[in-house]
Design a binder for this molecule. Structure first.
Ligand SMILES: Nc1ncnc2c1ncn2[C@@H]1O[C@H](COP(=O)(O)OP(=O)(O)OP(=O)(O)O)[C@@H](O)[C@H]1O
Ligand SMILES: [Mg+2]
Length: 255
């Protein structure tokens, strides 16, 4: 069975997609078969691989609503060993359509059951909301990674997210755990980054990843080249940080 990790934070622009893409690429580079699911109608993860989020193409929407099996919506990506379930704006309608479904909170879990067996990891990029797409990701997941931007108001909304995780754990998914809080866009020239990092570690101590993701322009450039940072500049600090994060996660698993 794969380990399923949701990347969630209802706060926008904190590095969810950057983490989903570059962690997945790093896991694949470390020879772990990885499936990356773009569960955000913005489809930034999809664009990140140079795929134009077309409207008629088979996508996560079709898989989620039972119109296509996983194998028909999966696209091979690079590095080798990385597969992607692309998304497009159609997915926005899924939130509405799911409202009519009986087990609307657990559709994704039921759909993924059995069909993702041959992967080591499944990474799910969530939209910036606590709607049904995020709920479905959390209901399916073994763990959740919460990216926090090293900025003012970093902790804003975090208690609400943790409360939602607690409710989902109690109602639908008893095994759900917080894999870790990931500090992103850390800028060593900015005192504020140090303050935020210290504050988060004080509050959440052992829940914070050792790996901190630096602010690195390579990470923001690589999407426009249609590739993860690792394939754009394998030695840049951003690529190295995400390789380290993958290592940290794999080592825990193997302990
Ligand atoms: N470590 C980093 N260094 C530099 N730029 C970064 C870094 N992480 C993310 N960015 C940039 O910040 C912006 C927001 O990042 P990203 O899209 O990953 O956030 P998100 O949480 O997925 O956003 P949304 O909530 O809209 O889905 C993007 O332009 C991205 O390229
Ligand atoms: Mg995103």
């Amino acid at each position: 069975m794969p380990k399923i990790i949701a990347i969630a934070n209802q706060k926008g622009g904190v590095g969810k997609t950057t983490t989903a893409v570059n962690l997945s690429a790093s896991l694949a580079a470390k020879k772990r078969k990885t499936l990356l699911i773009d569960s955000d109608p913005q489809a930034n993860t999809t664009s990140n691989f140079g795929i134009t989020p077309g409207n008629n193409a088979r996508s996560f929407y079709h898989f989620l609503l039972g119109d296509a099996p996983l194998k028909d919506v999966v696209v091979k990506a690079k590095p080798p060993g990385l597969h992607l379930v692309p998304s497009n704006t159609d997915l926005a309608a899924a939130e509405v359509e799911l409202m009519k479904v009986k087990s609307k909170q657990t559709v994704l879990r039921d759909r993924l059951h059995d069909s993702a067996d041959h992967y080591d990891y499944v990474i799910i990029d969530c939209p910036p909301s606590l709607g049904l797409l995020t709920i479905n990701a959390l209901t399916s997941a073994d763990t959740v990674i919460i990216p926090l931007q090293c900025e003012y108001f970093a902790l804003e909304g975090l208690s609400q997210l943790l409360r939602s995780i607690k409710i989902i754990k109690a109602r639908y998914n008893p095994r759900l755990l917080v894999e870790g809080i990931l500090l992103t866009m850390f800028d060593r020239r900015n005192n504020l980054s140090f303050h935020v990092a210290k504050d988060v570690k004080l509050h959440f101590d052992n829940k914070v990843f050792r790996t901190v993701i630096p602010r690195n322009v390579r990470l923001s450039e690589s999407p426009s080249h249609g590739k993860p940072a690792l394939l754009y500049d394998s030695r840049c600090p951003g690529s190295l940080a995400y390789l380290n994060l993958a290592k940290e996660i794999i080592e825990r698993e193997e302990k």
